[in-house]
Design a protein around this ligand. Sequence first.
Ligand code: ZN
Length: 1019
Amino acid sequence: MALVAYLLTLAVFLYAAESKYLQYNTTSVLVPGKLNVHLVAHTHDDVGWLKTVDQYYVGSNNSIQGACVQNVLDSLIPALLADKNRKFIYVEQAFFQRWWRDQSEEVQDTVKELVSSGQLELINGGMCMHDEAAPHYIDMIDQTTLGHRFIKQEFNVTPRIGWQIDPFGHSAVQAYLLGAEVGFDSLFFGRIDYQDRAKRKVDKSLEVVWRGSKSLGSSAQIFAGAFPANYEPPSDNFYFEVDDTAPIVQDDMDLFDYNVPNRVNDFVSAAMLQANITRTNHIMWTMGTDFKYQYAHTWFRQMDKFINYVNQDGRVNALYSTPSIYTDAKYAADESWPIKSDDFFPYADHVNAYWTGYFTSRPALKGYVRVMSGYYLAARQLEFFKGRSKSGPNTDYIADALAIAQHHDAVSGTSKQHVADDYAKRLSIGYVEAEKVVAESLACMTEPSQAHCKSVSTEFQQCPLLNISYCPSSEVDLSKGKDLVIVVYNSLGWKRKDVIKIPVVSKNVIVKDPTGKEIESQILPLLNASLSIRNNLVKAYLGISLSVTPGYSLAFSATVPPLGFSTYIISSAKQKATSTSERLAVQKTQQSQKNEIEVGPGSLKLIYSGNDGKLIEYTNSRSLVKQSVDQSFSYYPGDDGTHANKSDLQASGAYIFRPNGTYPINSEGKVSLTVLRGPLLDEVHQRINSWIYQVTRVYKEKDHAEIEFTVGPIPIDDGIGKEIVTKITTSMKTNKQFYTDSNGRDFIERIRNYRKDWNLEVNQPVAGNYYPINLGIYTKDNSTELSVLVDRSVGGSSIVDGQLELMIHRRLLYDDARGVGEALNETVCIQDDCKGLTVTGKYYLRLDPIGEGAKWRRSFGQEIYSPFLLAFTEQDGDHWIKSHVTTFSGMDPSYSLPDNVAIITIQELENGKILFRLAHLYEIEEDKDLSVMASVELKKVFAKKQIKKITEMSLSANQGRAEMEKKRLAWKVAGSSEEEPKTLRGGPVDPTKLVVDLAPMEIRTFTINFLSKHSTAEN
Ligand SMILES: [Zn+2]
């Protein structure tokens, strides 16, 4: 026995001593007639989630999550160089750019070769994999452009594939705008509703041709594929990170546990399973997951072996592939694909697990992102007017911060608290720099001659906390003869009039317009409730204890030309204004009062019950709409996920909305209704309870009501988390239908308890009917439209007919077990005293006769996104008007953009070249007057410059539009043989006429070169 063993050992030893180097055959070829298994090696690197973006990059804070993106990219390069058949895709540019900056020129050259050979493919290509529910489409475009232009510049390539594998549901705008209009050939994703997925597996309809826009139809369609399960390998058996437990391929017969036949069988059967639910003989395996390939070799070694042995076996063909190769194979198969319209919201991964809570999670961060987004748009315009500074402050930091904030764990509200703080900090740093750009530009532009720009001394201040009535610049004593100068900038392409409200210390002030004429103004007392919110939040966020308390708000109406500014001067009244009593009216109403209270100085009146102080009617003498309306608050107790009598233990959390009943929020005791009246606006103040305060504003010249809520701290002393909603209730017969926007763009019809693509089994009658809202929500009956527009992304629905609801805040005590590992319990602290977060925000309410609502939703919606930008400075005496430019338009003074078009980008690039985007704001058939082709005259938009060259680009401006269209794949669709009506598009721009036509929902992107200043006459 011993001898035999010895001899055997010797034999093995002798044999092993010879070289056994095995060259695996990893040739990547497609085999017609065989099932081709496309192995797509990838890593999913969240741009912040459990750790911050920087922590993920350098690999710090590993006690939270062992993740280091630097390791991934460092180890990837030698792994790819080791075998030219190996391929990898990389997605998140925020990480890639950090790494790229760290590399030597040699490594950069190597990487450039890998990119150009196709071994390393950069796909998706934005700074992050943006969320698809909470971001505004302008942010999605900007963050994609930032990544794509970097890739173009460094590698001269354009990403071909949309790779949105992790976001929690998928939007129509992602498919048609950030997919087709970017020039992607396909779009892949992992998360769709579990019921939808089950049906699509049976129908083999996980892969579709997605037409996300009814206006742009097949001209903006894209091939789209939902994965059979998630974005990971096909089963637990195929994970190969260093510490993964999947069995490796042991192919050394001289060692124990040789398992090649077994592993080949595993591979073939997993492939067959997937082939059974997939059209054509091509299937994709997503070989990787979150932060994998930190030692890339471990994955490639196993895949080398699989490809070698599976192909020797011959039942299926395995190859290193990429989504591009896969897409080309699908296209070459000449198959017909089912059509998909609308979107993939809401997303549920389980019976009681609707990912609809995150539509509202972290409402303050969502609000901050939206405010910064509108500010960034305006700041880039002003940067362009002055000329981009090479050395001084610019808008690059805020661009980067906003881009990162669109990540699917950032603005979505699903990161850990310290990471949410990191996103906000980046925005804040970016804002401070952009604020300087704005101040310098305005200082320059208000000078009578721009030649003086270099020696400008005006220092403009801005008031980012004006939303809580905090503005040190306006809270100044003007009684000693100083003037307060307010420059009001309008970033929209049309003239605009809006009421401005600023805190002031004295009511004895007057307002002069840009010509020096005194204009109507109104004084509103700052009530104690508003002051205490102001003082508390300023202390919490700025650490300042306020000593000066402004007694009043000063309101006046400002009119500002397109892409321009108007200057208003506030000064002390020479004699006591006789009209003070008219300008300052307060009416306090108690519950006992029997009469109805009518509010509103213009044609819109809100009627409140004198009895209980509740809104009862909305009536407009101009539009002749009259409707009984109730507005109320309720809460959903968040399910804590521990109920023994429930079949599953799902808690409500950062991602998931799982209500456990619903309760009205009744007022505590007597509700006092305080009404402030004046010539410009009326305000209704209501303290609903100790943690909800509400101000409703009705303006003389606006046909909508503005509702400002302050909610928090949400009480949790009963041990129950709560999700707060506001409901607008009418008697309208809305037949389960309502409409919500897709990322602020197309409105999509929603039908309660219904899905177009499958027979919905209703398990969550509230959470399962929630949708993301970025612009607004509306519903209608035979005679009336009820619309609500929002100031940030929120979740909302119509749970009963005639009613709309918005979830405005949520505070929860349990984690919902989707990875974040924290309860969504935001607090705000003054020193060490922490209380639940208070959120203040606005929504806007309007009723219109049927067919009339779109004009307001679109035009005013754009005004919400781009509010007036205010800059303040003080000046001795009153000579500002004589010595400065007081009104300005960047366009020809007689010109205004058509009502259905917005400029969504003016951005100086390099060498005076600019990036310019126009967006048609209306869908087809949305408005009888404005859903038509629109024309923009560039000679008038850029009246002060001369256009030398204009090039139409893809949406992300990384290739010419014509070049992109030439490459577009023409997918065949299954079913309906009916000819689709031809979709409308604006034609090419004639370089001499310079008129841009835009069809409904069209966004057109251009780069424009101007003749340099000295070669053109000043005009
Ligand atoms: Zn992710």
